[in-house]
Design a protein around this ligand. Structure first.
Ligand code: ADP
Ligand code: MG
Length: 671
């Protein structure tokens, strides 16, 4: 096993893989598959929050590799990013085990064919071995993650309702099913609280595997297909509903049985899904519905055309080759850049000013180089003489030539980032011209409106929910005489953010060496005077005393009072500090004290340091992304109610400032 070069790390780096139970299971199962396992047992306790265990019969981990197996950026699968071009394994960042160690207590028991017995390793938060002992398991690896998110109350709180927990369990099952279909010869057992939830035996082909997952009735209504394009080297195969299928067997209101794989990875590819659903609606149902077909689609393209490195959980694979994309994607070919945009924005926020400056400089240089290559390429192209002796500029191919040159000359990680930034910009441009056809009946609207008016309009500003459109993120509502679209996800995100800002407590981790707070450190005594006025926790006899002010503790500062001979000689030490934020420290403490001193900040939310604010924004965005895709009318009403209660007329946009409402039209006066 080797540590990846720093440049490759930066290229791949992301701390966002582990956001849920299902993301832990996915990473562990993929490791098992990479290790050649033919049998995988997944066991959860308390929905995975007490325990997640994945056991396989794969090749095991060699004793020499054990010390670094869970240390970030150690991987046995690639040695540098040039290897990404012909990637076979699921994993390659060397990051999953390390990330799981950050959010849970991890044990790994493993045995290779050459070992006489298995060894159980206990790991610490940074993935290093704390202890090891012989154990009795057979060949393969068992990874156990205990007390998930115990140090991340934000993520833990998110799963506080029974429904969210059950949804999570279902997601795990759906994920295991998709691997079960993809790998017929894989045996899978899924257990929750000692009860078997789902299992699959080894079978010989995809068809039998599908049969065991979907049942015979559904399979009877699907038919196999195959397609191969010589030119673009694309292979498509799988099972789609027959044209004359009994649609009650092949339709679902959610895409949970729409299985798409690109180069053996299960993916959530909105555009491909949309295309197949459209085809299903038109060809099979012969009407436009909101139903999703049950199907299995395997896409294999040359690995260099797929950018698996876009999002850390790799389920949003990007097809790089535009021609390939065009074959699949008729409408909105770029919707899946949205994720990239958010990811990049978050990554950007975590950079220090210095780093930002560095990247900006690099980006400027890159642009210059790009422009000069573009110019060169156009010049070269224009040298191609036409029959009549004139010269012609072919801008499209000049562009692709410039692109090729750009790729050739780029050896650093920067171009990858640029590419992603560029796709952000591209996405923004597209947003401006996005046109969506919406079925809309003014007549129905008026009828409903009249009905509702009596009750709702009596109160001024009352929002009245009419109907959802065919997208989960667009609900039609009226307010007085205005008809608008409401995006409930943006509201949820803003609500979540507000809640975190007000209540979230960053856990403080003990510092190796406490920092003594002195006047010289603070350039004067004004900040110390604030600390002086703050309350302390109950002083136990002889024990240390800590500042208990929530404005400090919620922001992850554990500050100890060291009593002097007299009260005026007291001083303070930072003994513990939040470690979930990079470069968090004294400057941030100053920000808090400054807010208290100069803005009279009394509540926690008034004195959050900027770093904490952007961290909480990031968490809110990430968590709201895990909301179910399908919200019921009651859910929406509940969201509207919370929105009014929490925001009044104050806030009208999500964390990124995108509006909750989109104005459509004004209703004419009906009286
Ligand atoms: P990656 O999969 O990106 O290499 P991980 O953090 O998921 O990174 O795993 C680190 C390394 O630990 C892997 O490269 C592999 O060598 C080893 N490993 C992890 N899980 C298993 C497993 N179930 N069986 C064998 N080796 C494993
Ligand atoms: Mg892995």
């Amino acid at each position: 096993m080797k540590q990846l070069p720093a440049a490759t790390v930066r290229l791949l780096s992301s701390s966002q893989i582990i956001t849920s139970v299902v993301s832990v299971v996915k990473e562990l199962v993929e490791n098992s598959l990479d290790a050649g396992a033919t049998s995988i047992d997944v066991k959860l306790e308390n929905y995975g929050f007490d325990k997640i265990e994945v056991r396989d019969n794969g090749e095991g981990i060699k004793a020499v590799d054990a010390p670094v197996m869970a240390v970030k950026y150690y991987t046995s699968k690639i040695t540098s990013h040039e290897d990404l071009g012909n990637l076979r394994a699921y994993g390659f960042r060397g990051e999953a085990l390390g990330s799981i160690c950050c959010v849970a207590e991890v044990l790994i028991t493993t045995r290779t064919a050459a070992d006489n017995f298995s060894t159980q390793y206990v790991l610490d938060g940074s993935g290093h071995i704390v202890s090891q002992k012989p154990s009795h398991l057979g060949q393969g690896t068992t990874v156990t993650a205990l007390r998930l998110f115990k140090n991340l109350p934000v993520r833990k709180q998110f799963y506080s309702t029974a429904k969210k927990c059950k949804d999570e369990l279902k997601k795990v099952q759906d994920l295991l099913m998709s691997y079960g279909i993809l790998k017929p010869d894989l045996r899978i057992v899924f257990v929750h609280n000692k009860a078997v939830i789902w299992q699959k035996t080894r079978v010989s082909d995809h068809k039998t595997a599908l049969m065991s997952v979907l049942g015979n009735a559904v399979m009877g209504n699907l038919e196999p297909f195959q397609y191969h394009s010589e030119e673009s080297q694309i292979y498509l195969s799988g099972f789609l509903p027959k044209l004359d299928a009994d649609h009650s067997f092949t339709s679902l209101s959610t895409p949970e049985r729409s299985f798409i794989f690109i180069n053996h990875r299960p993916v959530h590819h909105k555009d491909i899904l949309k295309l197949i659903r459209h085809y299903y609606n038109v060809k099979c149902l012969k009407e436009s519905t909101r139903l999703y077909p049950i199907f299995f689609l395997k896409i294999d393209v040359p690995t260099t055309d797929v950018d698996v490195n876009l999002t850390p959980d790799k389920s949003q694979v990007l097809l790089q080759n535009k021609e390939h994309r065009a074959q699949f994607l008729i409408e909105n070919p770029k919707t899946n850049f949205e994720d990239a945009t958010v990811q990049i924005e978050e990554l950007w926020k975590t950079l220090s000013e210095e780093e930002k400056l560095k990247y900006e400089e690099k980006a400027t240089k890159d642009l210059e180089r790009y422009n000069s290559q573009m110019k060169k390429a156009i010049e070269q192209e224009s040298q191609i003489p036409l029959k009549d002796g004139r010269k012609k500029i072919k801008s499209a191919s000049a562009w692709s030539l410039a692109q090729k040159q750009k790729l050739k000359t780029s050896l650093s990680s920067q171009p990858k980032l640029d590419e992603l930034f560029q796709s952000c910009a591209e996405k923004k441009r597209i947003e401006n011209i996005k046109i969506i056809q919406v079925p809309f009946s003014m007549k129905n609207l008026k009828i409903n409106f009249e009905k509702q008016k009596k009750f709702d309009l009596e109160e001024k500003d009352e929002l009245c929910l009419i109907h959802n459109l065919r997208f989960p993120d667009a609900w039609l509502i009226t307010c007085k005489r205005e008809v608008m679209l409401l995006n409930p996800y943006r509201v949820e995100e803003a609500l979540l953010f507000k809640r975190l800002l007000e209540n979230h407590i960053l856990p403080a981790e003990p510092l190796e060496k406490p920092i003594t707070l002195t006047e010289s450190l603070f350039n004067g005594s004004h900040y110390l005077e604030i600390l002086y006025k703050m309350t302390t926790d109950d002083q136990r006899y002889g024990g240390p005393t800590y500042l208990s002010d929530p404005r400090l503790t919620a922001n992850g500062f554990k500050i100890k009072l060291i009593p002097g001979v007299s009260n005026t000689e007291n001083y303070w030490e930072i003994e513990g500090m939040a470690n979930c934020l990079p470069f968090y420290g004294l400057m941030d403490l100053k920000e808090i004290l400054n807010a208290i001193l100069n803005k009279n900040a009394k509540e926690i939310y008034e004195c959050r340091p900027r770093k904490v604010i952007s961290y909480l924004e990031g968490e809110a965005v990430r968590l709201s992304r895990q909301l179910p895709m399908y919200l019921s009318k009651e859910d929406i009403q509940d969201i509207i109610c919370k929105m009014k209660h929490q925001f009044g007329n104050e806030i009208k946009g999500c964390v990124h400032g995108r509006p909750f409402f989109h104005h459509l039209t004004h209703l004419p006066d009906t009286s």
